[in-house]
Ligand binder design. Structure first.
Ligand code: DX5
Ligand code: ZN
Length: 222
């Protein structure tokens, strides 16, 4: 079983300079990034459109050995799943909120040899993820309303869920990473880590930092 206390820093390419995609992937990895986080938005589940499988194929070519953590903010992850698997990602996180077969999609993800994540929005209770906690490799507790980078970390709404998820994991002897995403920076990272999150997604605070290596190190040591 992985060490769920091991800190993993995952810069989000949403905040990168896409005219320099390959160089930006290398910059993040050279700065000490453990994973690259890929925010996929469909303009339906969230009020923004980002990129899809063909963009991710370019990321995979640019960073052949990186762990690619795909976060699907889309209405029909079940319909698009295979295309993201084929694009070469290592983890696929789907949201619990849309109306589709969540359990079946998580199972198909694992059958494809890909790690399976489940995400909950700030307004979604942890209970909604409860039935699936035995069948996931990662729980993503969104710390902003998804759709855009650069928003503020929603501590009161989300940290109790991180604390409760960690406690449930212990009680039930389960195994999943706890990831936070949105507004994570050197000030909020220690709050998330203290609550029990071990995977820290950082868009703005990583890619827009004057010194990305220093920013990643600060998040890791938070
Ligand atoms: C929110 C995305 C996040 C976001 C993080 O819609 O899922 O990954 O881009 O960006 P920052 O770190 O700038 O809040
Ligand atoms: Zn994300």
């Amino acid at each position: 079983m992985p060490d769920y206390n091991q800190r993993i820093v995952a810069p989000s390419l949403l905040a990168a300079d896409w005219t320099q995609l390959g160089a930006e992937c290398a910059r993040a990895l050279d700065a000490g990034a453990d994973w690259l986080h890929l925010d996929v938005m469909d303009g339906h589940f969230v009020d923004n459109i980002s990129y899809g499988p063909s963009f991710i194929k370019h990321v995979r070519r640019a960073a052949p050995n990186a762990f690619l953590d795909a976060h699907l903010m889309i209405e029909r992850p079940d319909h698009y799943l295979e295309r993201f698997v084929d694009a070469g990602v290592d983890n696929i996180t789907v949201h619990v909120e849309p109306d589709y077969d969540v359990a079946g999609t998580l199972a198909r993800t694992r059958e494809a040899g890909v790690s399976a994540g489940l995400a909950i929005n700030p307004a979604t209770p942890l209970d909604d993820a409860g039935p699936y906690l035995g069948d996931i490799d990662l729980l993503l507790v969104m710390t902003v309303v998804p759709g855009f980078g650069g928003q503020s970390f929603m501590e009161e709404e989300t940290m109790p869920k991180v604390t409760a998820a960690r406690a449930l994991r212990e009680e039930r002897g389960l195994g999943f990473h706890i990831e936070v995403d949105g507004g994570v920076d050197p000030e909020t990272a220690p709050v998330a880590a203290a609550a029990g999150a071990n995977v820290l997604v950082a868009g703005t605070s990583a890619f827009k930092a004057p010194d990305m290596a220093a920013a990643v190190a600060q998040l890791r040591d938070a």
